[in-house]
Design a binder for this molecule. Structure first.
Ligand code: GLP
Length: 237
């Protein structure tokens, strides 16, 4: 793991944008793995600016998002499809049909999850996976206790995760109890992974992720086993 401590969110987001830019430039058909949450918002703003200025293009790119709430339509402002459209896709030159997010409304969840894995496989490997870090160490929605061999599937959300994400909803009762998430095994197949960790409240969990034992109680600790991970953080380590 390469750990880069930045002075603030803007600096870590700029460095992440450079890595995304490198992938877009180097790969003929770049495949990006994308994340939601507050952390990557500034990164997406910078990518939009760089795209508008003509410094980068998503013309040949495809994307796969990590996760989606079960039960929310893409038109729901709390869905991750809506988040991605608003924060990135509507403002860049990516082809919408090449942006993939698990379908939270599928009638057949098992088939939808299998189909998502197949779509990733047929696109080829994810070249660069952006990850955020949950307060409980989750990546995507792979909660503590997760199976490291897990693939895209429906998971129950931890109460702590529902509480952490309640800030986006009118009330905690509106926060879905389930999500579809790419599994740890799916995430670990990316060629390169960039973990973004912003804010001192994540200091304790980040230390466990990078220095602690590799355990499914801290799902992101599995990244210690990946050959190409960059951690970009403004946490004072
Ligand atoms: C959410 C998402 C994760 C995200 C994480 C951190 O629940 N499922 O993909 O990385 O929690 O979110 P934030 O960046 O808002 O702290």
């Amino acid at each position: 793991m390469e750990i880069i401590v930045c002075k603030d969110n803007n600096e870590l987001s700029s460095k992440a944008a450079e890595l995304v830019g490198d992938t877009l430039y180097q790969k003929e058909n770049p495949i990006l793995g994308l994340a939601t949450g507050s952390t990557p918002e500034r990164l997406y703003e910078i990518l939009i600016e760089n795209n508008k200025q003509g410094d980068i293009t998503f013309e040949h790119a495809a994307s796969f998002n990590l996760d989606e709430y079960v039960g929310l339509a893409g038109t729901d402002p709390n869905s991750y499809r809506y988040f991605m459209d608003e924060h990135l896709f509507n403002h860049i030159d990516i082809k919408k049909e090449r942006t993939h997010i698990p379908d939270g409304l599928s009638k057949d969840m098992e088939a939808a999850c299998k189909n998502y894995e197949e779509q990733i496989k047929s696109a080829g490997q994810v070249d660069l996976q952006i990850l955020g870090l949950g307060l409980n160490g989750h990546i995507g929605f792979n909660e503590p206790g997760t199976d490291f061999a897990g693939r895209t599937r429906v998971v129950e959300l931890d109460e702590t995760t529902r509480e952490a994400n309640a800030r986006f909803f009118d009330s905690i009762d509106d926060v879905p109890t389930q999500a579809i998430t790419m599994g740890i095994a799916s995430i670990m197949e990316a060629e390169q992974i960039v973990l973004l960790v912003q804010g001192e409240k994540k200091a304790a969990i980040l230390k466990e992720v990078i220095n602690g034992e590799v355990t499914n109680q801290v799902p992101a600790s599995v990244l210690q086993r990946h050959p190409n991970v960059t951690v970009l953080t403004d946490v004072n380590l």
